[in-house]
Ligand binder design. Structure first.
Ligand SMILES: [Zn+2]
Length: 357
């Protein structure tokens, strides 16, 4: 924590304090946690960021996004200092009345509250969900910023396995590195299969960042071409693996389809990217399953009832999955006329907008 209160209740923020001031505080004051009121101590090493820590392990720590790693303290400090120059109302580690969660940073901008969470350690998506539900109830918009993982120090179009927590903030994920003082945007996250994603990585330095945060730009033509190439190679690799490992779940699903549709694997030569967050996995599988479903149900693709299809093929029936299925079924006839590059270059924004209502 960077905030504590004295026994008299005075709030002390250690960000920006000189070493002398910190030493005086440490010598003369007794501190407690603003949230749980348990005693905390001021830690001022030569290398570490000055901070407060609970003297004994406390359940209060769980109310924070995480414990106090050096990375987290540094990032939080930098983001707080930066926000002070961008918005009028910003609070570090605020204790909010009648609210058990304590965001890293709270911002009031245009009459709306935003909670910034700088997440450095692994966090379960169930916990992310719980925190977001809490914020939603309090009418606060959460902004999750993750500590930059190794792969995100690059720029360009890449294929990468993404941890579940990063997927939680789809359609894009924002990283921040306290070392380089740069944000990395992983945008146009596109699920190839399992947790393998196609994405564009782009960086913005802290001094150029604005609040509310920059929104990603559309893909440039060369980037759309890179997506198209990467999608094709991912598609081929996926099919190849299905042939090599016929006992895998995807391979079994696909074989059921090819048998039912009297097709061979080599006749499956195309699938269509749907730029919506979903957990359906490889396009070629669920799209071929849709074809089989229509055949078995004796219906046209436009008549597919998303939830029924998802249940029949044992997918999770979520809003995101239904949206993706609905979008595909309603538009496949139109989009099949496009080349992959065109789909990546032109359609994604329209697709996203279209599904907002
Ligand atoms: Zn506490």
């Amino acid at each position: 924590m960077l905030i504590a209160e004295t026994i008299k209740g005075t709030v002390i923020n250690v960000v920006g304090l000189t070493r002398t001031a910190l030493e005086t505080l440490q010598r003369t004051e007794t501190f407690r946690c603003p949230q749980c009121k348990a005693p905390v101590q001021l830690k001022i090493g030569t290398v570490i960021t000055p901070h407060f820590a609970h003297k004994v392990a406390s359940s209060c720590r769980e109310l924070f996004t995480e414990g106090e790693s050096e990375e987290h303290l540094r990032g939080k400090t930098q983001l707080y200092e930066w926000l002070k120059t961008r918005v009028n109302h910003v609070w570090l580690e605020p204790t909010i009345k009648n609210f058990s969660q304590r965001p890293d940073i709270l911002v009031l901008h245009n009459n709306h509250y935003y909670a910034l969470e700088f997440q450095c350690s692994a966090i379960k998506t169930a916990l992310l969900e719980k925190r977001n539900a809490g914020y939603a109830k309090a009418n606060i918009t959460p902004i999750w910023i993750f500590n930059t993982p190794k792969f995100a120090y690059y720029q360009g179009v890449v294929q990468q396995r993404l941890r579940k927590m990063y997927q939680y903030t789809l359609p894009h994920t924002i990283f921040y590195s306290p070392t380089t003082k740069k944000f990395t945007y992983a945008t146009f996250l596109y699920r190839l299969y399992h947790n393998q994603f196609l994405m564009r990585l782009a960086q913005v330095s802290l001094d150029r960042q604005v609040f509310p945060l920059y929104q990603p730009k559309p893909l440039r033509k060369t980037q759309a071409e890179a997506y198209s190439r990467s999608y094709t190679s991912g598609y081929k690799r996926f099919l190849h693996n299905c042939i090599r490992y016929p006992r895998g779940n995807s391979a079994k699903r696909l074989r059921r389809c090819t048998n039912g549709l009297y097709l061979s694997f080599s006749e499956l030569n195309r699938s269509f990217p749907v730029f919506l967050p979903h957990t359906l996995g490889a396009d070629v599988v669920w799209q071929t399953e849709l074809a089989l479903y229509c055949k078995e149900q004796k219906i046209w693709i436009e008549e597919v009832e998303p939830a029924h299809f998802l249940t029949t093929f044992s997918y999770i029936v979520s809003d995101d999955n239904c949206k993706a299925i609905r979008y595909y079924c309603e538009n496949i006839k139109g989009i099949s006329a496009y080349t992959l590059t065109e789909l990546f270059a032109i359609s994604h924004l329209q697709w996203e907008n279209k599904t907002d209502n």
